[in-house]
Design a protein around this ligand. Structure first.
Ligand code: 2AM
Ligand code: CA
Ligand code: CA
Ligand code: CA
Length: 269
């Protein structure tokens, strides 16, 4: 169990790291952007992703040399399941948006202690919006506490997802069930930036977010934001999200969670 003083100190440090990352991103955007393929043309990494991961990691290891790092772009100093305190970092979530639009991307940082995430930061530098959650304390946007989730009916909801054309979701019938859900709601959105979409569910800008196959750096900080804001987050079949492993994600306003889950599970396709 962490003391709240210690978690607060980590929180202040994580916020500063995210803001420093934002400044580095903006500085680097003034120069040429080096874009590389990872596994395919739809799986990109840039020189900025790598520089940001290095910046954040160097700062953490200087301040907390005995902590572990799990970063998307290759800086992994520990097996998170066997380590005491682990920082889970997505230096740029939404890299495709970053490359094409220089908009709708964020920096995501979570700090987990003995398998439980204690704080999460999701920072959108272009809008200067910093979402912060601390376990047992709450969820905030730029120091203002997020409002509790609103009471809402299914026909009033909007949700974001990329499930409709996900190959695995199409094969399993999940895609068609999600489309039927889409026909019952006010609207759908596709932002392509998982951590920010989770922050938006926490903030009530979206009422749900659904995804398959997310990595811990995509959802760790957003998950705590959802929980501390009073919404519900599980895997897409309703089971608990594992620690620091690939997972599907179903994040929903608490008044809609049960009906969305039922819709995804039981409606005939
Ligand atoms: P990234 O930009 O950090 O890679 C895009 O729909 C969202 O899913 C982004 O948050 C993106 O993170 C993440 N993502 C990108 N490629 C993915 C993949 N192959 N599997 C799962 N998530 C992915
Ligand atoms: Ca990526
Ligand atoms: Ca990501
Ligand atoms: Ca990323």
């Amino acid at each position: 169990m962490q003391t709240s003083n210690q978690t607060q100190e980590w929180g202040a440090f994580a916020k500063q790291c995210a803001q420093d990352a934002g400044e580095l991103i903006e500085r680097m955007l003034a120069g040429p952007l080096e874009v590389m393929y990872k596994s395919s043309a739809s799986d990109l990494v840039t020189s900025v992703d790598r520089a940001v991961e290095q910046l954040i990691t160097d700062a953490i290891l200087q301040a907390y040399p005995d902590h572990g790092i799990l970063g998307e772009e290759g800086i992994v100093t520990c097996n998170p399941a066997e380590f005491d305190t682990v920082w889970i970092i997505d230096p740029i979530d939404g890299t495709t948006n970053f490359v094409h639009q220089q908009l709708n991307y964020c920096v995501s940082i979570a700090v987990c202690h003995q398998g439980v995430c204690e704080l999460g930061v999701v920072y959108d530098p272009t809008r200067n919006e910093l979402f912060y959650a601390e376990r047992g304390v709450g969820a905030f946007l730029n120091e203002a506490r997020l409002a509790p989730p609103r009471t809402i009916k299914m026909h009033e909801m909007i949700f974001s997802t990329s499930l409709f054309w996900n190959r695995r979701a199409m094969q399993s019938g999940l895609s068609e069930r999600a489309q039927r859900l889409a026909q019952r709601v006010r609207g759908t959105r596709v932002y392509g930036v998982a951590a920010l979409e989770l922050a938006y569910v926490a903030a009530g800008r979206l009422d749900a977010y659904l995804s398959l196959g997310l990595n811990p750096w995509d959802y760790a900080a957003g998950r705590l934001l959802i929980e501390e804001a009073g919404s519900i987050i599980t895997q897409i079949d309703g089971t608990d999200i594992p620690f620091a492993a690939r997972s599907s994600i179903l994040a929903v306003n608490p008044y809609l969670y049960k009906s969305v889950l039922e819709f995804l599970e039981t409606r005939p396709v």
